[in-house]
Design a binder for this molecule. Structure first.
Ligand SMILES: [Fe+2]
Ligand SMILES: [Fe+2]
Length: 266
């Protein structure tokens, strides 16, 4: 298998063309639904940032160039949590007329706890919902994909490389452009790249954004090691990520966006 085929495999997966963000833009969800969506998106994104033992594991099997490429991605993710919370708080503020919900957009803990309350309220009745974290089994499963990074067993290192490749392609081409489409381009929140509270998207979007660099690093790292011995593990890591995120997108879409659409139409 060649790296081009693996990239194509990611692009042909339903996760890559999932309409969740287009549905968000079309449905114009209420403030609580926005809060719940951001709670699950930020919980998932939090789990994708730490490298755990992956850079070390790559070094141990003699792949120090690839280790360096992955470490670069991890380093560039620092401090993205507070900026994502700030953007979520800003969007929530813009979703209601009058007095802002959040006075202080730098108060990450306060914003994130409100997002969780929205999730508890709207999704708490779903089977397996965990009120201590506000996560659903599907969110947890998507998050757990990244636990493989804690292992330095050779097969797990290759699996994690595949996961990293799929993550960065999805981030650069589905997730971040999707957020831009519903949060900025839709006009629903009267936002633009010029606002400090939207810096998270500026940082991540487009050819000069972080995700484009991450994608290039991941393609380089996987492309230089992919061979007949490790391709099954690499493909498995990519597929696990895509299937798990697809299931999370489906659930959020069905419970928070389709339901809202029905409510508005009713
Ligand atoms: Fe990031
Ligand atoms: Fe990334």
């Amino acid at each position: 298998m060649r790296i081009e085929n693996l990239v194509e495999r990611v692009k042909n997966h339903r996760c890559y063309s999932h309409p969740i963000f287009q549905n968000w833009a079309r449905v114009n969800p209420g403030t609580e639904a926005i809060g719940a969506l951001f709670h699950h998106i930020r919980s998932f994104c939090d789990a994708t940032r730490p490298g755990w033992n992956l850079p070390q594991g790559l070094k141990q099997i003699g792949l120090s160039t690839e280790s360096h490429l992955l470490q670069e991605i991890v380093d560039s993710e620092e401090n993205h949590g507070p900026e994502l919370a700030m953007m979520a708080g800003h969007i929530i503020n813009r979703s209601v007329p009058g007095k802002p919900v959040f006075d202080d957009l730098t108060d990450q803990i306060h914003i994130e706890s409100m997002l969780k309350s929205c999730s508890d309220e709207l999704l708490g009745q779903l089977p397996g919902y965990d009120f201590s974290t506000g996560l659903m089994p599907q969110t947890k499963k998507a998050i757990q994909t990244f636990d493989t990074r804690k292992s330095t067993a050779v097969q797990d290192v290759y699996k994690s490389l595949g996961t990293a490749l799929a993550l960065e392609i999805i981030s650069n081409r589905q997730l971040i452009p999707g957020e831009k489409a519903c949060l900025i381009d839709s006009g629903l929140y009267r936002t633009s790249f010029d606002e400090p509270a939207m810096h998270y998207l500026v940082e991540h979007y487009g050819e000069t954004g972080a995700e484009c660099q991450h994608e290039q690093n991941a393609i380089k790292a996987v492309g230089s090691v992919l061979n007949t011995d490790n391709s099954a593990a690499i493909v498995q890591g990519a597929d696990d990520f895509l299937n798990n995120l697809e299931a999370l997108w489906d659930l959020l879409d069905a419970t928070l966006l389709q339901a809202e659409g029905d409510r508005v139409a009713a």
